[in-house]
Design a protein around this ligand. Structure first.
Ligand SMILES: Cc1cc2nc3c(=O)[nH]c(=O)nc-3n(C[C@H](O)[C@H](O)[C@H](O)COP(=O)(O)O)c2cc1C
Length: 393
């Protein structure tokens, strides 16, 4: 059992998933895992704030039992229907036949999609809209719609008496709570945000505007720790990430995809030239770095160099994959340098440029370094030019 008080009235009843390999089937989270958070607010009425993933149902039910202490919940607040939080909605509804399900106009259609047409009988549904309030006693829940952060029916809940923001997936972080107690919030929150929510910057901006008017004592997200410290800094980072501004505008990420090492050698030579000129540089081998980490680094830096071999007339798959993910997450507003290799008909620069032209507000350096198999005098000169162009104001 791992339920514990967040405040006098709010109990954490979520559960850790320390063994999960891939979050959402694609983002590696071993060895830190993830937590699926759920909370109980106890007042004259009792509200359960979301359920959990099917992987941790039993642990959650045990925690819930403890928090409820023999009472039945009056409400289940459904922030959104994504299964890592809503897998147990039907189960909880069956356990407590008097409990009402609280969602917005879009929630219950999706509830029926997941659980069948009988899952949401009309007399058990409480439909709330923007700014509506649900009274639990001294605790008052006010709902704010957050469409497409990052599902259509998302809403966040603000508890007015204690100034608590139940933020759904916003402000979430990878890492099981038991394994990452002392870990700083930002690194895994950044990776979570950029890879899971990143496409929806405009919608996050809209939510941040609504929240700006609210005093917040604690943020209670659906993954990762409850935030009570440095809330201003967390909000600032969310504002930065969702507006697609780089955290480190002057840092250059040199990301390379090489088969036999010549393109890698050229990419590292460029990194050295940039460092000699006083730049902050990070290098990233796309053949050994998971794309979710490469993407996170790319979003952090103001400048990005992509170096790829040509592969069967196309791009080498690790580079193709990074470009696919950057496009999918709305990557934009950066300065870009290109490097290609090809032993008989180099195509990589042209192909990367075509992919980048599908993205918004990117500035491409005029020089694209073109290498025939290995660096030579001509391509070394191009490296020098590219370094100058990347660092030009
Ligand atoms: C399977 C394979 C396919 C390749 N396809 C092409 C190609 O279509 N056009 C080309 O110019 N070079 C092609 N190359 C050569 C690479 O683009 C590159 O020049 C070579 O691998 C040396 O760079 P590296 O040491 O960084 O891997 C290919 C290489 C391999 C191994």
């Amino acid at each position: 059992m791992n339920a514990y008080p967040v405040t006098d009235a709010v109990t954490y009843v979520g559960a850790d998933d320390p063994d999960l390999a891939l979050f959402e089937g694609q983002h590696p989270v071993r060895p830190i895992g993830v937590s699926y958070n759920s909370y109980v607010i106890t007042d004259q009425k009792i509200a359960v704030m979301d359920t959990v993933d099917a992987r941790v149902t039993e642990a959650w039910l045990e925690n819930l039992d403890y928090a409820l202490d023999g009472r039945a919940p009056d409400y289940l607040i459904i922030s959104h229907m994504e299964p890592d939080h809503a897998a147990n909605v039907a189960r909880l509804a069956a356990l407590y036949p008097e409990m009402k399900l609280v969602g917005n106009a879009k929630t219950f259609a999706m509830l029926r999609q997941f659980f069948g047409p009988d899952a949401a009988p009309a007399d058990r549904l409480v439909t709330v809209g923007e700014g509506d309030v649900l009274e639990l006693g001294s605790h008052r829940l006010r709902f704010f719609l957050a469409p497409m952060v990052h599902w259509p029916e998302v809403m966040v809940t603000y508890e007015e008496s204690e100034k608590l923001l139940f933020s759904a997936d916003a402000f979430g972080r990878f890492g099981a709570l038991s394994l990452t107690e002392k870990a700083p919030w930002a690194p895994q929150a950044r990776r979570y945000y950029l890879n899971i929510v990143g496409k929806y910057g405009a919608q996050v901006q809209a939510l941040l505007k609504k929240l700006a008017a609210l005093p917040v004592e604690a943020i209670l997200p659906l993954h990762g720790p409850v935030l009570t410290q440095e809330i201003g800094r967390c909000l600032e980072l969310y504002d930065l990430w969702s507006s697609y501004r780089p955290e480190e505008p002057d840092r250059v990420l040199v990301a390379y995809a090489s088969i036999y090492g010549h393109t890698k050698q050229a990419a590292l030579a460029l990194a050295d030239l940039l460092t000699e000129r006083g730049a902050d540089v990070t290098t990233c081998d796309l053949t050994t770095t998971h794309v979710s980490d490469a993407l996170t680094q790319a979003f952090c830096c103001g400048k990005l160099v992509l170096a790829s071999v040509t592969y069967d007339g196309g791009l080498f798959p690790p580079m193709e994959e990074l470009l696919n993910h950057l496009k999918a997450k709305n990557f934009q507003s950066r300065k870009i340098g290109l490097m290609e290799n090809g032993s008989w008909a180099p195509q990589a620069a042209r192909l990367m440029r075509a992919r980048l032209e599908e993205m918004k507000n990117l500035t491409l350096c005029p020089t694209a370094v073109s290498i025939r198999s290995a660096l030579n005098e001509g391509s070394r000169q191009q490296l020098e030019q590219l370094a100058d162009e990347l660092l030009a104001p």
